[in-house]
Design a protein. Structure first.
Length: 337
């Protein structure tokens, strides 16, 4: 039984999600205490509950102590089976984070899978659907499996109601090297808005123009049906020959459109100034498949606390450790030792 203190390191839900995924892949049970111990509201929230329920469903697993607000569970995995699965969070909790929990085990399952996930698709503290589709999955598909995702309905906080479908063709994970991102091929700034005054999106795009030397045609507003709102997201996308990065600003009460856009643009400008293959969020998501592939390397910006915590959880279940070395060009090379 692997013992985990959920308040260590990053101290959030990522510890729990990675532990569930690794337990299903390795067959090792775990006991986690102090779940999300570093968060303002610790314990299991609805999206974490759904993620664990999903892990139990695909992996014939048992979980003791599973309840909203729980700070401690024991998870005993069974055998992962491919198939058709439907999971509804019931709130605006992130469908992407539920997917993060079960995707890697299903990549290594005995049969293809089709997932239907309902909840939030564009909400704070999680990558939006477009990041999963355009940034993460292309790298994963280079490693052997085939994963395709479709967005059927947007889901913003607090309404939720989003709907995505994911098709998974499993295959063994093969090591890949993701060192050079290649030449910049295109850029785009898109302000999504639903059920809110359109001038919010216009102000975001105006501010982004002031901080990014991008062509005028790169900036666009996408108005969604009011019934999907209220919701607002600014997505900045840079597509390179070998990778894509998406930086997102999420609209919320009390944050001016100009402030949101300025911060997002500055983050994108910082990434463009560094020749790394992966931004901080992609780096977080690459660690688990690279570890299970048994090799490969990627360059990234300065590793986040999320990444450092994921590295420790991976080592607990697999014994495999990553080495991180800063390069002369300012990037960090991440590779299995």
């Amino acid at each position: 039984m692997i013992i985990i203190d959920g308040s260590e390191g990053e101290g959030g839900g990522q510890v729990l999600r990675n532990a569930c995924a690794l337990a299903l892949v390795t067959g090792q049970p775990f006991h986690i205490t102090n779940i999300r111990g570093r968060r303002e509201k610790p314990g299991l929230m609805r999206q974490h509950l759904t993620a664990i329920e999903a892990a139990c469903a695909i992996g014939n697993a048992e979980c003791e102590g599973l309840a909203i607000g729980a700070s401690e569970i024991v998870f005993r995995p069974g055998q992962v089976r491919g198939g058709d699965y439907h999971f509804a969070i019931g709130t605006a909790g992130s469908t992407g984070l539920v997917l993060q929990t079960i995707l890697i085990p299903l990549l290594l399952a005995d049969a293809p899978s089709r997932l239907v996930l309902e909840g939030g698709t564009h909400n704070m503290a999680a990558p939006p659907f477009e990041f999963i589709e355009r940034v993460f999955l292309p790298v994963l598909n280079r490693m052997g499996p085939t994963v395709a995702a479709r967005l059927l309905r947007h889901g913003f906080f607090p309404r939720g109601g989003g709907h995505i479908e994911v098709a998974i063709q499993p295959a063994p994970l093969s090591p890949v090297d993701c060192i050079e991102r290649g030449a910049l091929e295109s850029v785009a700034a898109t302000a999504l808005i639903a059920g809110l005054p359109p001038d919010i999106a216009e102000r975001e795009l105006k501010t982004a123009r002031q901080h990014l030397d991008w062509p005028e045609e790169a900036f666009a507003c996408s108005r969604l049906p009011d019934a999907m709102g209220p919701g607002n997201v600014l997505m900045l996308e840079a597509r390179f020959a070998h990778t894509t990065e998406i930086v997102t600003g999420f609209g919320r009460l009390g944050i001016a459109a100009e402030t949101l856009a300025k911060k997002a643009a500055q983050r994108m400008a910082g990434f463009l100034a560094c020749p790394a293959f992966a931004g901080p969020h992609l780096a977080d998501q690459l660690l688990l498949p690279f570890a299970l592939a048994g090799g490969g390397a990627f360059t990234t910006v300065k590793p986040s606390q999320h990444s450092l915590t994921a590295i420790e959880i991976i080592a607990m279940f697999t014994g495999r450790r990553f080495a991180i070395a800063q390069q002369a060009n300012g990037t960090h090379l991440v590779a299995l030792r």
